[in-house]
Ligand binder design. Structure first.
Ligand code: GLP
Length: 263
């Protein structure tokens, strides 16, 4: 894993968006794995800005989201389809037919999960998977004890997730108790993974996930197995990392980061 510390949340989001934009310019048919949550809003703002100001072209891009609530129609403001349209898809030149989320309204959930995996595979697999981390260390909705080899499936949400994400619903009682998520194994199949973590509230879980032992109790720790994982954090989230000095040294010295330094 490569970990980069940026001065603040906005700079961390800007760097994350710049890495995605670079990949998209290199491969216009990029298969992009997307995430939701508050942290991602500024990444999407930056991508929208790059589309408007720099002509960043999404016309051939295909996207697969990590997860979706079960039982919320796409036009429900709490659904992740609504979130994606609102924060990104409505503002860029992507063909919405090329944007995929798990189907939280499917009658046969196991077979719709299988179809989701098959569709990803038919597109050649995810090139870059964008990830955030939940307060309990989840990636997607892979709650504690999610098998490290798990695939797309339906899960029960942890009460701590209900408490944190419930605040995003007008009426927190409306938040579904279950969701469909790519599995940890599905996420690890992406060619690259890009984890963005910001804010003091995530400092403890970030340190456990990236510097602690790999455990299914913290599904983000499985990213330690990923051969091409970049983690972008802000100073607040980095506060509890033991290896801070080395991570800073790498950012200042590795040629890979030269074009992003001082921006
Ligand atoms: C939800 C999503 C996760 C996301 C997490 C963090 O639980 N399923 O994919 O990483 O929220 O969200 P936030 O950025 O709001 O802290």
């Amino acid at each position: 894993m490569k970990l980069v510390i940026q001065p603040d949340a906005e700079r961390a989001a800007r760097l994350t968006a710049a890495l995605i934009a670079k990949a998209l310019r290199e491969k216009p048919q990029l298969v992009l794995g997307l995430a939701t949550g508050r942290t991602m809003e500024s990444v999407y703002k930056n991508l929208v800005r790059m589309h408007r100001e720099e002509g960043l072209d999404f016309s051939l891009c295909r996207t697969f989201n990590l997860d979706e609530y079960i039982g919320l129609p796409p036009d429900h403001p709490g659904s992740y389809r609504y979130y994606m349209n609102h924060h990104l898809f409505n503002h860029i030149n992507i063909d919405k037919r090329n944007t995929f989320l798990p189907d939280g309204m499917a009658e046969d959930i196991p077979s719709s999960c299988l179809c989701y995996e098959e569709r990803m595979e038919a597109c050649g697999g995810v090139d870059i998977q964008l990830l955030g981390i939940g307060a309990d260390g989840h990636i997607g909705f892979n709650e504690p004890l999610s098998a490290l080899g798990s695939r797309t499936r339906d899960v029960s949400l942890d009460p701590s997730t209900l408490a944190v994400n419930g605040t995003l619903f007008k009426n927190p009682e409306e938040m579904p108790r279950r969701a469909i998520t790519m599995g940890v194994g599905t996420i690890l199949d992406a060619k690259e993974t890009l984890l963005l973590v910001t804010g003091a509230a995530k400092a403890g879980i970030l340190a456990k996930a990236v510097e602690g032992p790999v455990t299914s109790m913290i599904s983000a720790s499985a990213l330690q197995f990923h051969p091409h994982c970049r983690t972008i954090v802000d100073e607040e989230a980095a506060a509890k990392l033991e290896g801070q000095a080395y991570y800073r040294w790498m950012f200042e010295n590795e040629p890979e980061w030269a074009e992003y330094r001082g921006k």
